[in-house]
Design a protein around this ligand. Sequence first.
Ligand SMILES: Nc1nc2c(c(=O)[nH]1)N[C@H]1C(S)=C(S)[C@@H](COP(=O)(O)O)O[C@H]1N2
Ligand SMILES: [Mo]
Length: 504
Amino acid sequence: MTERTDTHPASGRAWAAAGLLAALSGLAAGHLLAALTAPRAAPLSAVSDLIISLAPAGFTDWAIDTFGTADKPLLQAGIIAALAAAGAGAGLTWRHRPRTAAALIAALAAVGALAAATRPGLGPAAAVPAILAAAWTAAALHWWAGRGRAATVTGRRTFLALAAGAGLAALAGALIARRIGPGSVESDRAALDLPEPDIDAADPGPAADLDVRGLEPWHTPNDDFYRIDTAITAPTVEADTWRLRVHGRVGREHTYTLDDLLGRELIERDLTLCCVSNPIGGDLVGNARWLGVSLPDLLAESDPDPEADQLVSRSADGWTAGSPTAAVFDGRDALIAIGMNGQPLPHEHGWPARLVIPGLYGYVSATKWLTELELTTFDAYDAYWIERGWSRPAPIKTASRIDTPRRGARPGTVTVAGVAWAQQRGISAVHLRIDDGEWTECELSQVATDDTWRQWKTDWQAAPGPHTLTVRATDGDGNPQTEAVTGVKPDGATGLHQVTVDVQ
Ligand SMILES: Nc1nc2c(c(=O)[nH]1)N[C@H]1C(S)=C(S)[C@@H](COP(=O)(O)O)O[C@H]1N2
Ligand SMILES: [Mo]
C-alpha cells in the first residue's frame, strides 16, 4: 500500500476548528435527543443544574447580586465556552495523540452523563444524551483524522461545512422539539379545560386599576410575570402521570391525581407573589388571579400531627420549601393552584400544580411543579434556601415602588404612580415626598382583600430641574415602611424606593 500524502497538511488551526465543530455539533445532537426524551437530561441543562446545586451559598449570593436573572443564561454561556475550548483542545490533541483526545472526550461525557443521571426525577437513561454527544464528537474527529490527512483543502472545508451544518440542523431540531415535541407540556395544557371556580375571588370593582400609563396593571399578565427558580429547564410533568403525595407526620398518607384536584372545590383568589430577592424598587413581584384547591382542606384529609410545625413541599426537580404549618392552617387562602389568570399554569410557573400561600415570600411557600407535601418539623429538616443561609420565618415586608415617572418628565402636572404591598396586613396609606418636602398622601386603588398589591397615584406640579421622589407605604396595622436600608439576605430588603427625575 502506498501512503497518500497531502501537499497541504491540515494546520493546527484546522485541527482546532475541526475539534470545536465536532464538539458543538455533538452537543447539539445530545440536546436534540434530550428534547425528544427528557429535556432536563440535555448536557448543558444537567451540568448547569449540578453546578447550581453544588455551588457554595456565598458564590450563589454573589452571582445573583451581580447578574440578577441573567445568572442562568451566563452560566450556560460559560459552559458552552468551556466545551468549545475543550473541543478545540481535543482536536489539536487528536492530531498526534488520538487516544488521549478520545479519553478527554470520554471524561467530559462522564461528567455530563453523571450530572444528568443524578438529577432528581431523572434516572440512568438520562445519561444517554451526553454519551451520544461524546460519541458524535469522537466519530466526527475520527472521520476528520482519516480524511484530514489525505484530503485536499476543499475536502477539509467540506468536512467543516458538514459538521457545522449537521450541528445547526440538530440545534434547530432540538429547539423545535422543545416547543412542540414530547418534552413540551403545551399539548397537555391545551387539552386541560379549566373548570369554573366554585368560589369566586372577591371583586374589588373597576377601581382596582388606576390605569395610569407606565403603571404596572393590577393583574400581571402571565407572560410578564417574573420567573424565579433554580431550574435551568422547567421540569416536564405529564397531566396523566402527575401525582401529589401527602406524607410524613400524618395519620394516613394520600396520593392525588390532577383529576382529583380538578374534581374538588375550586377557589379563585387574587394573590400577590413576591420574591425575597426583590431589591427595593425591583420587579420580582406580581399579582395574579389563581385558581386552585384549599391546601389546608386537602392536608386535613391526611390527619396531620399537630406537633408538625413545618410543611415541606417538594417539586418534580427536587427543590424544597418549608412553610410554617401555623400559616397554612390559620385561615388564610393557602392554595394548590392549577390556574393562573384564567389559564392552566404556564410551564415556567409550575405546570400542572404549585403552592401559593399569601403573606410568605416565594422561597418558603410557592413551590412550582409540586409533587410532594411532607408534614415534619423545623428541627428535623432545612429546605433548599434555608441550607444556604436564608431565614426560616419569611413574612413579606411592607414595600412600595414608583413605576412612573422613572427618568424624565415635562414641567407641569405629572402623574406619579406605583404599587405597594403588605400581604396579610394590607396597605392603608401611601405617601410621596418630593426632594426634602412634606410627605403627601396619595390616592389608592380599590382592593377587596389584604393579599394583593395596591396601586397608588398622585399629581405633582413638576418644576424644571432634577428632583428626587421617595415613596413610603403604611400597612394595615398602621406601621409605616422602615427607612432603614438592608439587603435582601436573609429575609428581604428594607428601605424606601427613590427615583431621580429630570424635569425639562
Ligand atoms: N420548584 C421550584 N419552585 C419554586 C422555586 C424553585 O426554585 N423551584 N423558587 C421559588 C421562588 S424563590 C419564588 S420567588 C417563586 C417564584 O414564582 P414564579 O416564578 O412563578 O414567579 O417560586 C418559588 N417556587
Ligand atoms: Mo424567590
